[in-house]
Design a protein around this ligand. Structure first.
Ligand code: FAD
Length: 148
């Protein structure tokens, strides 16, 4: 089970330059206090998991910085606010750039999450290859469904 919540980056900023897993007791204290509350809430909502938890590991916004290369812990990339989805932003957030041979991909050119990231992978591939790369998975799905 993965439990995701929001956290203020400033709560963890003081440890942003410390080494991952070596940030010390104070950091672990803040992180684990929040993490323990998340687990308590999860077991309250899903009591059937209570006796089946073998291992728990907590991350924080600075964990995201380390593993994802995110500047301020933003696991879902750019803010999903009105400005991001404005017409002007949409003309900029696309695979092709003004730099020859440089293409953008990932959640920031579309929308966050696994499906946003996957879809955003097909889009620049279509631009680079000059063909519709969305049709491949659709055809594959149909073949799997009919067992061809
Ligand atoms: C703990 C956690 C749980 C999540 N749970 C869910 C979930 O349940 N459902 C869901 O839909 N989404 C979930 N997400 C969000 C989802 O993982 C992201 O939205 C998605 O992975 C974004 O895809 P992406 O390809 O744009 O970026 P990423 O998957 O972040 O890929 C970017 C890659 O670029 C690499 N990189 C960064 N900087 C550099 C650099 N300078 N040079 C070279 N490589 C670099 C990173 O290491 C990373 O491998 C979760 C995220 C986290 C952190």
């Amino acid at each position: 089970m993965a439990i995701v919540t929001l956290a203020n980056y400033d709560w963890f900023k003081q440890w942003e330059n410390e080494r991952c897993t070596k940030r010390g007791a104070d950091y672990e204290g803040v992180k684990n206090t929040i993490g323990d509350k998340l687990v308590a809430q999860a077991t309250r909502l899903f009591p059937q998991i209570r006796d089946h938890i073998d291992y728990v590991s907590f991350g924080s916004p600075v964990t995201n910085n380390f593993y994802l290369g995110a500047p301020r812990g933003e696991m879902y990339g750019m803010d999903h606010n009105q400005e991001r989805f404005s017409g002007e932003s949409q003309t900029l957030l696309r695979p092709a750039t003004d730099v020859p041979g440089l293409y953008l991909t990932g959640q920031d050119i579309l929308s966050c999450g696994f499906s946003g990231g996957l879809t955003a992978a097909c889009w620049p591939a279509s631009v680079v290859l000059g063909r519709n790369c969305f049709s491949g998975p659709t055809v594959l799905k149909m073949k799997v469904r009919v067992g061809v």
